[in-house]
Ligand binder design. Structure first.
Ligand SMILES: [Zn+2]
Length: 86
């Protein structure tokens, strides 16, 4: 599975980042950049908790990113609903 190996590759890349760097949390901005892809993947039924594990766990603890996510999810869902009406 190509997509699986890409994810594994990404995981390995993350794991190989020096501890000093990983101990500094990614900024909210870097998570919010991933949100559109996260929402699309979620709507597509992809296992976002696995694909975007970092982001998913960040949303559990960060109200700022969670509200960004909710706004984006609402927007995307209503855009899709509009398409269904056509
Ligand atoms: Zn955040």
């Amino acid at each position: 599975m190509l997509s699986l190996s890409v994810n594994v590759q990404r995981l390995i890349t993350q794991l190989s980042v020096p501890v000093a760097v990983t101990s500094v949390r990614k900024t909210c901005v870097s998570y919010q950049i991933e949100l559109p892809a996260f929402v699309s993947a979620e709507l597509a039924g992809d296992p976002v908790d696995q694909i975007y594990a970092d982001l998913a766990s960040h949303l559990d603890v960060c109200v700022i990113c969670l509200s960004e996510y909710e706004a984006l999810a609402d927007l995307t869902a209503s855009a899709l609903a509009d398409e269904d009406l056509l």
